[in-house]
Design a protein around this ligand. Structure first.
Ligand code: NAD
Length: 406
């Protein structure tokens, strides 16, 4: 099979991590693809990417400022889309309609309607739509999923996740020195950190407990600190800084997930999952270093859990999670392997004509959880997840959909 031809759309911060992933694959001899084109309006960004790629692939890379021109001129198998959220759907749908498979950074779409259009486009054009979600590919989440599903903590009952901090932001600062970005604007970001970052954790919750039934939440923007526009003038941020949510899963699990970056003083960051026999604790929001505590006082640390997971799990499953050509010793993983695994999965999905581990529908379901927080807070009631996914409840998202004609 000839090499797969890939392009980047968006060559900013996170695309750099994807780029390192592709470069790492080539360095390890997994040279089944080339990055043949780059699209980003900022020339310094494409120049940086082209320079890094020239070290590992002896081909000319075509540079574009306009991704639509690139799609017209290049014969591509896949595109890696790492743009601001409000562009995800337009870029992805343009790719899919041009017959190009797409991997899109999370959250899949800026609204539920945008995400649904992307999923429909992939189906109608019979192309792969992958969501770039690296967190569940880490060892910690793999171990926690195994521990929960194999009954090690008994019947799952409840979870508590708290990420509260912000003590390093002086409350007397009324205008930040930082220039505002698309992230601090509801129309371009969709929402703030609980959507942007929280979608990773939402994906984990679905991975651990299955589908969500309903959500009740309050989101707030407590801080009135402004940012600067390009001319240095103060401008408001229009996204939340705090979210307090209660979630009910279809399997009966209940839990709370609280986030704030304007909680000065004492910081808290932990997640704990309780079952009828014990609990799994992680000292950050993502359970990267899980510990097991059972009712009888037994505790197991992360290394013990990893080795039990590896010996109890079918070898084919471990090799699917951690392909031996990349990670022959999964007990000792390091570096940004989640991103390497996600781009490798995308390339192999194209080569093998199969779905990636996380497709557009997975991305849509994950973003529906934080989006439900905003909808619940807007209407002041608990919301059913099916009403968020179907778009029946969308008061929070309406102005975003109107702005971008979604
Ligand atoms: N998975 C993770 O851990 C993680 C971490 C950070 C960001 N992200 C996600 O990655 C995506 C990008 O975030 P970022 O932090 O890299 O943002 P960024 O602002 O650093 O990069 C965005 C890039 O898109 C480019 N761009 C803007 N308009 C474009 C257009 N019309 N065509 C092509 N390129 C265009 C910009 O010039 C910039 O280079 C977002 O979806 C974000 O949520 C994921």
């Amino acid at each position: 099979m000839s090499k797969i031809k890939l392009a980047f759309i968006g060559c900013g911060g996170m695309a750099g991590a994807h780029l390192n992933g592709y470069i790492e694959l080539k360095k390890r001899g997994l040279d089944t693809f080339d990055i043949v084109a780059l699209a980003d309006p900022v020339e310094a960004n494409t120049a940086r990417f082209a320079s890094a790629l020239s070290q590992v692939q002896p081909i000319k890379i075509e540079i574009y400022q306009d991704y639509e021109k690139m799609l017209k001129e290049q014969e591509l198998d896949g595109a890696d889309i790492c743009t601001p959220h409000y562009l995800h759907h337009t870029c992805a749908i343009a790719c899919l309609e041009s017959g190009v498979n797409a991997i899109v950074e999370k959250p899949l779409g800026v609204t539920m309607k945008a995400a649904k259009k992307m999923v429909d486009s992939a189906k109608n054009n019979n192309k792969i739509l992958a969501v770039a979600e690296q967190v569940r590919r880490w060892m910690g989440p793999r171990v926690v999923e195994w521990a929960i599903r194999s009954g090690i903590i008994g019947t799952p009952r409840m979870f508590f996740s708290q990420v509260l901090g912000g003590s390093r932001t002086n409350p007397d600062i009324k205008v930040s020195d930082h220039q505002i970005t698309w992230r601090q604007n509801k129309l371009t970001g969709g929402a703030g950190p609980i959507f942007d970052w929280g979608v990773h954790y939402a994906d984990l919750l679905i991975y651990f407990f299955g589908d969500v039934d309903s959500v009740y939440a309050n989101t707030r923007k407590f801080s009135d600190m402004k940012y600067r526009d390009a001319n240095g003038n103060p401008v408001d941020q229009t996204v939340e800084d705090t979210s307090i949510a209660s979630i009910v899963f279809k399997n009966g699990v209940i839990g709370t997930w609280n986030y704030s970056h304007v909680a000065p003083g004492k910081s808290l960051s932990y997640t704990v999952y309780y079952g009828s026999k014990g609990s799994i604790y992680g000292d950050s929001n993502y359970p990267t270093s899980p510990q097991l505590h059972t009712w009888d006082g037994t505790t197991k640390d992360t290394q013990q859990l990893i080795s039990e997971f590896l010996s109890a799990t079918d070898k084919s499953v471990i090799q699917r999670y951690f392909p031996p050509e990349l990670y022959p010793d999964p007990a000792n993983l390091s570096g940004d392997y989640g991103v390497i695994l996600e781009v490798y999965d995308f390339i192999n999905a194209i080569r093998e004509n199969r779905q990636p581990e996380l497709d557009g529908w997975d991305g849509l379901k994950a973003q529906a959880i934080p989006m439900a927080f905003f909808e619940s807070s807007t209407c002041g009631q608990a919301v059913k997840m099916e009403d968020i996914i179907s778009g029946k409840i969308d008061a929070y998202q309406q102005e975003i959909n109107d702005k971008w004609g979604i």
